[in-house]
Design a protein around this ligand. Structure first.
Ligand code: 8YV
Length: 326
């Protein structure tokens, strides 16, 4: 762990996960910051918070704070700031009950997450994994008209579950590819936000009509497993399934069965029930395109996430209030 010298007048902040150099530099400018060099878990973060009299925490998915951690927080800790959209890794209510403000950083991850969802839709539909393997194995055998055929995304019906910021950004991109958009959401959007997308209030109706399905809803205790065996069976035969939201939304046994049986033509997955030690049976299937939870992993977006997180901490510690309280 690299430690800054305390700067008089600046609040003590712990950056408990590794961050890009620009974010580390800004953290040290804005605060009397301890910037970790290895990603901390919840126990380590709590110990440093207590020992170093930390007022603001820059957290991350490995810092899985439970109610017990929240109970052990010192009164001096005022804010736990998460750098992504999701905060399902921690017990938010328990922290709030201790008077700690919890924040996330939703806007800044929207474009990159939507880009990656499109990347997964295209790569899964167009068999990118198999084409890439053929080339790396030296090709040599010609492919003719009936061979190695994918699915054409244009003209297909894309079902979006969760039409928040990311869902809307996926719809905007998919329109450019000539897809027809359906969406399921807790509430219907205004026509300006719908941009021609059709609201389908019943999830099962949406599933029956979605030739490509992409998940963009937050995972919470209330959501549980959205994609069960029964729900995969509702999709049209040969559908494409994409998940950039959370692995906990999906029954992965049911997903693997659907991929093997041909109920699904292909899947594109960035998130898994267990990360990073995901179910490697998925990697044995040729019709799955896999990425290791990297939707927000661009230079620009990771900097923006870090800066927004620091701004949230500064908002709380200065008394102005958080920009993104959850
Ligand atoms: C990563 C994300 O978790 O925004 C989210 O919810 O899943 C991602 O951005 C990132 O590591 C943020 O902590």
């Amino acid at each position: 762990m690299a430690e800054n010298q305390p700067a008089p007048g600046k609040p003590r902040v712990l950056v408990a996960r590794r961050v890009p150099p620009n974010v580390a530099a800004r953290a040290r400018e804005m605060f009397d910051a301890i910037v970790t060099e290895t990603d901390m878990d919840a126990d380590t973060a709590l110990r440093v918070i207590r020992e170093e009299r930390i007022a603001g925490l820059f957290s991350g998915p490995k810092v899985k704070f439970t109610a017990a951690h929240a109970a052990a927080m010192p009164d001096g800790l005022k804010v736990i700031a998460n750098p992504g959209a999701g905060f399902d890794h921690m017990d938010v209510e328990a922290a709030k009950a201790r008077g700690i403000v919890v924040t996330n950083a939703p806007d800044v991850v929207t474009d990159c997450t939507a880009d990656l969802a499109l990347m997964l839709i295209l790569n899964a539909s167009r068999r990118a994994r198999e084409y890439d393997r053929v080339m790396r194995e030296g090709w040599r055998k010609p492919y003719g008209m009936p061979d190695l055929l994918g699915l054409r995304p244009s003209g297909k019906t894309l079902g979006i579950v969760g039409m928040g910021r990311i869902g809307q950004a996926v719809a905007q991109r998919a329109r450019g590819f000539g897809m027809r958009i359906l969406y399921n959401n807790r509430r219907r959007l205004s026509p300006e936000l719908e941009q021609g997308a059709e609201y389908v209030a019943d999830l099962h109706d949406l599933l029956r009509r979605s030739e490509i399905l992409s998940l963009h809803l937050p995972a919470s205790a209330g959501t549980g497993t959205l994609m069960t065996r029964e729900r995969f069976a509702l999709l049209p035969q040969g559908a494409v399934f994409v998940n950039t939201a959370r692995g906990s939304l999906v029954d992965e046994d049911a997903l693997i069965e659907a991929l093997k049986s041909g109920q699904l033509f292909a899947a594109g997955l960035d998130v898994f029930r267990k990360e990073p030690d995901f179910d490697t049976r998925l990697a044995e299937l040729p019709n799955v395109f896999l990425t290791p939870h990297v939707a927000s992993a661009t230079v620009d977006t990771r900097d923006a996430m870090g800066f927004r997180t620091l701004d949230n901490i500064a908002g709380v510690l200065s008394g102005r209030g958080a920009i993104d309280p959850v």
